[in-house]
Design a protein around this ligand. Structure first.
Ligand SMILES: NC(=O)c1ccc[n+]([C@@H]2O[C@H](COP(=O)([O-])OP(=O)(O)OC[C@H]3O[C@@H](n4cnc5c(N)ncnc54)[C@H](O)[C@@H]3O)[C@@H](O)[C@H]2O)c1
Length: 336
């Protein structure tokens, strides 16, 4: 089987992508790019990567690169992804796919036009605890879902990003899109598409940031399930994505930072109904994402999180932002 050449743009979150390509038997990491050459060099040297550059466009010219990971600030996802696809590369783009729906549309159009694969790194689908919860729900272990909830609780006080892009008023990175997309995507994966959203937000903690730092969104799903997402980037507590799935026969409590998930079913009275199922801890399992993309390229399998899936998540997040701003329920777009 031939080897796929890979390149990573953005050497911070991108260092997870680097490991993914180094560990995959079908890929060879051939370039690391970052405008901060020192960061790029540090990451590249560890793995003897031949090309280090601060010019991402240089990667587009290279015939020995078939996959590009875009792990740069959110506003760069669309231009870098579109140009990479047009240069004939497959793309693994970090979440959120983009900050707005029109950007997502242009990325989908580029993938359609070129026939290259566009995967969005919705990494929660590869976190072992969430993946086990999803398998249990799909197997009917807790009956039919009626309520699902998830939260993205992550104190961003010191997470402004290199150059402070996360708090730049010109970028206006809505936390519910940038971080909340993890929780929204998880619920979409487990319970299906959302159709309507009502949301509220406030701005009481990170008062020097140009965006509301806490949002609660209530969703109605196509299936009749109802759900709730909380996103706070000011909360004073360790990072968590605590999530609960309620079904007609049981309940699952899980997160991405604990070594077990909790399953309650009314069929298990001897243990008070609850059992603890151990899982590996891998909240940022980018290696599994890379493996999935490579398998899809080599075997022609459909991607779990292609551009359309990434866009549905962005659209559901944007509906929450719009509802919080207008005080009205907002329909969620699902067709892309
Ligand atoms: N999957 C996850 O859980 C997860 C976690 C963190 C970040 N992310 C996403 O990853 C992306 C990067 O986030 P981060 O935390 O690494 O941000 P960061 O600000 O810490 O790092 C961004 C890197 O990109 C580089 N960069 C900026 N512009 C560039 C350009 N034009 N060309 C090349 N390099 C450039 C910067 O120098 C910096 O090293 C964001 O989209 C973010 O949402 C995802």
């Amino acid at each position: 089987m031939s080897t796929l050449g890979a390149a990573v743009i953005g050497a911070r979150m991108g260092s997870g992508h680097v490991l993914g390509y180094v560990n995959n038997p079908h890929t060879e990491l051939r370039a690391v790019c970052d405008t901060d050459l020192e960061s790029a060099r540090r990451v590249a040297e560890k793995h003897s990567v031949p090309l280090v550059t601060d010019n991402w466009e240089e990667l587009l010219e290279r015939d020995d690169i078939q996959i590009i990971s875009v792990a740069t600030p959110d506003p760069l996802h669309e231009p870098m992804t579109v140009r990479s696809l047009e240069a004939g590369k497959h793309v693994l783009c970090e979440k959120p796919m983009a900050l707005t729906v029109p950007e997502c549309e242009r990325m989908i159009a580029a993938a359609d036009r070129t026939g290259k694969l566009l995967m969005v790194g919705q990494v929660c689908r590869f976190a072992p605890g969430f993946a086990l919860a999803k398998r249990l729900v799909d197997r009917g272990e807790i009956g039919d879902l009626f309520f699902v909830e998830s939260e993205y609780a992550h104190d961003y006080t010191h997470v402004g990003g290199v150059g402070g892009w996360r708090k730049d008023p010109k970028v206006k990175r809505e936390p519910f899109v940038g971080g909340g997309c993890h929780a929204v995507d998880l619920l979409r994966w487990v319970a299906g598409n959302m159709v309507e959203c009502s949301a509220y937000s406030n701005h009481k903690v990170l008062t020097d940031w140009p965006v509301d730092d806490c949002t609660i969104a209530i969703y109605k799903f196509e299936s009749g399930v109802i759900g709730k997402v909380m996103c706070s980037i000011g909360c004073k507590r360790p990072y968590t994505m605590r999530s609960v799935f309620y079904g007609t026969r049981g309940t699952i409590i899980c997160d991405n930072t604990s070594p077990a998930i909790q399953l309650y079913t009314k069929d298990l009275p001897e243990s008070n109904g609850w059992i603890s199922l151990p899982v590996n801890l891998a909240s940022h399992n980018v290696t599994a994402e890379v493996n999935e993309l490579v398998e899809c390229i080599l075997e022609g399998k459909p991607l779990l999180t292609d551009g359309r899936e990434g866009a549905r998540t962005v659209a559901a997040c944007r509906a929450a932002v719009e509802s919080a701003a207008t005080g009205k329920p907002v329909a969620v777009r699902t067709q892309f």
